[in-house]
Design a protein around this ligand. Sequence first.
Ligand SMILES: Nc1nc2c(ncn2[C@@H]2O[C@H](COP(=O)(O)OP(=O)(O)O)[C@@H](O)[C@H]2O)c(=O)[nH]1
Ligand SMILES: [Mg+2]
Length: 701
Amino acid sequence: MKVYDTAQIRNVALVGHGGSGKTSLASAMLFCSGAANRLGKVDQGNTVTDYDEEEIARKISLSSALAFAEWNKLKVNIIDTPGFGNFIWDTWACMKVVEGVVVTVCGVAGVEVQTEKVWKFADDYQLPRIVVINKLDRERSSFERAMESITKLLGRGAVPVQMPLGEEKDMHGVIDLLKMKAYEYPKDESGKCKEVEIPAHLKEAAAQRRGQIVELVAEMDDKLMEKFFESGELSEEEMITGLHNAVRERKIFPVLAASALANIGVGQVLNAISDFIPAPSERPTPAAKGNGDQSVELAGADTGPLAAYVFKTVADPYAGRITMLRVYSGALKADSSVYNAIKETPEKLGAIALMQGKQQVFVPEVKAGDLAAVTKLKDTLTGHTLCADKAHPLHFEPPHFPEASISYALEPKSRGDEEKISSALHRLLDEDPTMRVTRDIQTHETLVSGNGQMHLEVLVAKLKHRFGVDVILHPPKVPYRETIKGKADVQGRYKKQSGGRGQYGDCKARFEPLPRGKDFEFVNDIFGGSIPRNYIPAVEKGIQEARTKGFLAGYPMVDFKVILYDGSYHAVDSSDMAFKIAGSMAYKKAMEQAHATLLEPVMNVEVYAPEAFMGDLMGDLNSRRGRVQGMEPRGSVNVIKATVPMSEMLTYEQVLNSTTGGRGSYHMEFSHYDEVPGHLQPKIIEQAKAEGRGPAAHEEE
Ligand SMILES: Nc1nc2c(ncn2[C@@H]2O[C@H](COP(=O)(O)OP(=O)(O)O)[C@@H](O)[C@H]2O)c(=O)[nH]1
Ligand SMILES: [Mg+2]
């Protein structure tokens, strides 16, 4: 397999709402370019990029996959990403390593919730974008209507450079508005198109749309503007160069038309990628840090020092850990020694592969700009950087994944599997940085936390199919918190004198509420040494430990401030331990006085369903203590936006399904913590007691 030069590489991620056709488009791109010898179909479970057995079973992408195609003498690296909310952080992590994205939009539904989300991600990364309106062969699809929803969301910069030829069942090609030619596709899915004249009845519409682009492109560049004023036209070449620059600057987002399933317009998508998406050298290399965290500027060339960033890790039961890297500088060579600058540990590289879905294509090296995979690294995980050696450390900023939003208790189906489960879980955590496994110290349960029910169901399926262990998920736990609403001024005094050396610690502190989300603050306000400085951390530690066990129901106590202002000590009997206990005693006293209360997580919820169900769904959300913020049409459905306490949403999936006959869907994510209404608190406290949670046992005076 040949080694590609930096200038030949283009990196794109296919992003968009679940079901808009990313995986099908990737499949058709690979087939059209000759990288795959058949047109794999999602519904037949034989696409290159949905190769995982859970993906095949569910017919949706659960995890990003890498593939590549050669087109116009370029190596186009394609990352096919998931479009479902539960898995969207993987998409986010992969978008970091590309020079542009192809946003797929369903020609029936138009812009959907995850379209908006990935668009926002692309804004954050300042990524160039091409939009593909897909599924235009489907009944009730409409290029015009989808375009309206795109303009509404994405603004005037999103502009069609194509139009479909024919509609719905008759969709049989595309009109290229730059070339002003039509491309007809046969029905055989071969993707081999024929260039023809634009049909007479579409000529006027095409000319009008072309006028729009010419004007927009001319606006972006003084020289082109001059030419446009003189001749009223721009050549195809000028348009392509003008568009290329405007796409790079994120001023124009060209919109294309396609049917990935019928393999129509896919060559044009590849053309658009090679014409419009910037080469690696056209975008700044991310800021790197070197020795002593000094910032280092990298030129992004293969002659520079090695800097390769890990954007994804896959836990393969056979191959072990597969690490996917983006080389930003230098070249990654097979069988070489490298250094992980984040973990500060050397790593040995074996073979280097280009990934074609699950298949590894081995190469001797990969140069700056390219994406590749290596296996069997010891300590290297997503977010780490590999560099040449310890003497020349380089690393990029690791990503900060969001908090998980839902937790389930997980239990082995058969006893004795605990070890196996724990080791399998840890391998799966490697590949999913948004999943967490923790132990509830009070109930001794293993808790798995993720982004939604499906996220965790997939985890269970992977444990079973990849690692052969069966587990049961118990209903989700709501991660309540506790806080105080009032102030307290207390003394915690611990004194023990029963022969031998005694124990003595004494502290006075004020406890005050903090604004929501501030967690905890400890202020040392001691003057004159009433508590020696070396004991003060012990007081804080005592309070810190006590607050993890809450006060009312054993949930962590948050959003309060402790001001330690006085105390006393004993020259012989005082110790860290005594002051720690004094701190925890002060905590307990303060909690009794400061009006402790429970907090619950509140979710941002969006519900999508046809209009007919809106009344029922709103009523239902109200009964769940939801606050409906608004309702608006989006594509063929309506969207309700609301905030709802998490505890009320645990059974929502089933209810939504039965209310809408399966035609509704929803998305939720964590918004903020809010106080649980007083009348609901006793039940939660009772329940916590029944589970063996409760206030910490404090030592008695
Ligand atoms: N009719 C039609 N169906 C499509 C098209 N593209 C994808 N599909 C179907 O839509 C479903 C979702 O496609 P998929 O590629 O998995 O979407 P993804 O979630 O964005 O990757 C599958 O059943 C595909 O066969 C298309 O252009 N036309
Ligand atoms: Mg997919």
